[in-house]
Design a protein around this ligand. Structure first.
Ligand code: BGC
Length: 416
């Protein structure tokens, strides 16, 4: 029996006893949206619900990628006190759904016609055995670069299109005494960069074989060695205080002109906007060099925990607010992501948002849309965490590139 099953079994009685708490007027929402830009986006949702007379009990757990949030969630479920709704990514949703812990949202979904408007790539993480168990909020993607426009202009740098051009730009910035790359040395951030670097080094077939199919040969291949070698180039271009830095503080370095580039998912755009910056004028967004036709995506969803067999009115209201077209536009404009529905106009979105929507549609139709390894959309948590460990250990100099590729193949084999 899995640890999760044991927890659920041991606490089933308490879960039922505490169910009445969920029928209070409030929704309690566990999430990791704690940066300035994220909080601004979350406010759009809070206000929407408050407008319907539903109060909001905030349960924020800092930590990009949501690892800490998932640890807190497990503790809450163990204590028989699951939150009403939980921000969740990809395989984590499927895990909880398969354990039978999530509420059946089919009635709300049918009412709003989710099946017709939510893209298949998201549906495969939102439905378990034909049952909708979570409400998709957005689509983010990880293979973006964010740049300070004046820093690039001052150094005669155009957005690099290839890895070689990127390396040259890094060298120019270093020479000019500017930190080339703003980075936060946390495992999930190292892995976020690796999503794009591996895609760029090996292309879409390689990314799929290594991260989605978990093919041992691809994991230990020369191409993987090259991906790790490129991570060493990145490591050589971050400042000396990178270790442990939060991602939004790294974004602030680009906003303030202390650094040229940040490689980060498009939640970084929320920080630029929150600081009053304008795309194309103050900052630039472009796909990581060599990944222009690909999108490595992750979608935030709110999974509703089963509160005794019925979806509460508050859960239904939250789910339906999330999927409404007006919310999908208003929220994602602020968050940096793009809508989780295919029928929302791009009119309200800035240039980066418009590009994000176009890229997503193009990647989906050309077979170039892949789940992000770093953000729980390529493989289950055990495998993801095993990959994190190797990527981070290598980034911090514990392994050379060849050893890292070998370790990655071994770690993934053990984790499965
Ligand atoms: C989430 C984003 C969030 C980011 C940083 C990602 O895993 O999908 O919504 O902004 O982490 O916290």
């Amino acid at each position: 029996m899995s640890a999760l099953k044991t927890i659920l079994k041991a606490t089933a009685a308490t879960v039922i006893v505490s169910a009445s708490a969920a029928y209070a007027e409030d929704v309690e929402v566990l999430h990791w949206w704690t940066s300035g830009g994220e909080a601004a986006a979350l406010n759009v949702l809070k206000q929407d619900l408050e407008g319907q007379g539903i109060g909001w009990q905030d349960m924020p757990v800092a930590g990009g990628g949501g690892e800490q949030a998932m640890t807190v969630l497990r503790a809450r479920v163990t204590a028989g006190n699951a939150p009403t709704a939980v921000q969740m990514l990809g395989f984590d949703i499927l895990d909880w759904g398969n354990e039978g812990a999530l509420a059946d949202l089919n009635a709300v979904a049918a009412d709003q016609g989710w099946d017709a408007v939510v893209p298949d790539a998201l549906k495969s993480f939102a439905k378990v055995d034909g049952k909708w168990v979570s409400a998709p909020v957005n689509v983010h993607s990880t293979n973006w670069v964010w740049a300070n426009k004046s820093v690039l202009d001052a150094n005669g740098i155009a957005p690099p299109q290839t890895w070689e051009e990127f390396e040259a730009a890094l060298a120019t910035l270093k020479e000019a005494g500017v930190t080339p790359i703003a980075h936060g040395g946390q495992a999930w951030q190292d892995a976020t960069v690796f999503d794009a670097v591996a895609m760029s080094a090996g292309g879409p077939d390689f990314y799929k074989s290594a991260f989605i199919d978990l093919d041992a040969e691809a994991l230990g291949s020369d191409t993987m060695v090259e991906a790790f070698r490129r991570m060493e180039v990145i490591r050589a271009n971050v400042d000396e205080n990178f270790s442990g830095r939060d991602w939004n503080l790294a974004t602030a370095m680009v906003i303030n002109g202390e650094a040229g580039f940040q490689m980060m998912g498009d939640w970084a755009k929320g920080e630029f906007l929150n600081a009053g910056k304008v795309p194309g004028e103050d900052f630039l967004c472009f796909r990581f060099p060599g990944t222009q036709s690909q999108v490595t995506f992750n979608a935030d969803q709110f999974a509703m925990f089963d509160q005794g067999g019925v979806v509460s009115d508050q859960q239904a209201a939250l789910a339906s607010a999330i999927l409404s077209p007006s919310f999908q536009s208003a929220f994602n404009v602020v968050k940096g992501s793009v809508p989780a529905r295919t029928d929302v106009s791009d009119e309200a979105f800035d240039a980066c948002g418009k590009q994000g929507m176009k890229d997503l549609a193009a990647a989906a139709s050309s077979g170039n849309l892949f789940g992000s390894m770093a953000h729980g959309h390529a493989n289950p948590a055990a495998v993801k965490n095993a990959m994190y460990d190797v990527i981070t250990a290598h980034f911090n100099g514990e392994y050379d590139a060849a050893t890292a590729a070998e370790e990655l193949a071994t770690a993934v084999e053990i984790a499965q």
